[in-house]
Design a protein around this ligand. Structure first.
Ligand SMILES: [Zn+2]
Length: 292
């Protein structure tokens, strides 16, 4: 609920004047939600990322999601009326607009992409339904090892900054008393209190940054749970739909093909909602029982 969006010059004047957004007051959770917050956030993301159908009127559920692993741009969906649907494909938009020298075409057929992503989703679902604890632990362990040390360092720094702010308050009180009692000149008092104030401003800014970073890191644990819950909706997945794809997948990165072995080998990274890219080694360790 948003209040104070408008005001009136005076009670005599009926004309409403709009307030700038920084003067609005937002009250969260005053109405019961029709959809959950995760769905809402995802839909906002998708809406920012509009997809247009091609000239032939076709569209593909991967449009807007699939990106070039080398330049990061979206892959462009190409269809032709003269060819069968199996030939519909994606190519890097940079390469299409600026040429192959700037970025390779990263050509991938839409059916190949769809099959590959479906297989990976099925594999992840298999891992979670059979090795849920190990999966959770493997993901948590990965994050913990990096994050735990950092997190405790940040908490210490936060505590230190808060202590220093309290100390500065005490110091300020003392110099004020000294000035009143005549033990400190007014000019000296002014100088010291300016210094204290400056230091407190810097500390408050640091506290705000740290608090935000700490809560973001703590959220990561929740994110693993969210991901598992989402995958569990699709344990018997046989066909990919746009809804399922958007529910699970944030982005797909297509690498340039490697033909050095004589075969065309092409890596595709799937970045899942909430948890990002799952390293192949992590999933393989689960199956081989070396994890946990
Ligand atoms: Zn590219």
């Amino acid at each position: 609920m948003v209040n104070f969006k408008t005001h009136r010059q005076s009670y005599k004047n009926k004309r409403k004047i709009e307030n700038p957004p920084e003067q609005w007051v937002v009250f969260e959770n005053t109405h019961e939600a029709i959809i959950d917050e995760d769905t809402f956030t995802r839909v906002q993301e998708l809406r920012r990322n509009k997809r247009r159908p091609t000239r032939t009127g076709k569209s593909n559920m991967f449009s807007g999601i699939v990106r070039c692993a080398d330049c990061g741009e979206k892959l462009y969906y190409c269809t032709s009326k003269n060819f069968e649907a199996r030939q519909d494909h994606f190519i890097c938009s940079t390469s299409r607009l600026k040429g192959n020298e700037v970025c390779g075409s990263h050509f991938i057929r839409a059916v190949v992409l769809e099959e590959g992503v479906l297989k990976h989703l099925q594999f992840v679902a298999f891992c979670i339904s059979n090795y849920e604890d190990a999966f959770r632990k493997a993901l948590g362990a990965k994050r913990d090892a990096e994050a735990r040390k950092e997190l405790s360092g940040k908490r210490r720094m936060l505590q230190k900054s808060e202590n220093r702010i309290a100390e500065l308050d005490r110091l300020f009180k003392r110099i004020y008393e000294d000035m009143v009692a005549g033990r400190l000149s007014e000019a000296r008092f002014q100088m010291l209190s300016d210094d204290y104030e400056k230091e407190q401003t810097v500390l408050r800014e640091r506290i705000a940054v740290l608090t935000k970073e700490i809560s973001e890191q703590e959220n990561q644990a929740d994110n693993v749970d969210r991901f598992i819950r989402t995958v569990k909706k699709y344990l018997c997945l046989t066909e990919l739909t746009p809804a399922i794809l958007n529910d699970l997948v944030k982005a797909v990165y297509v690498h340039a093909p490697d033909k050095s072995s004589g075969h065309r080998v092409q890596d595709v990274d799937i970045s899942y909602n909430y948890i990002g890219i799952l390293p192949a080694s992590l999933l393989n360790d689960l199956i081989n029982g070396t994890a946990a």
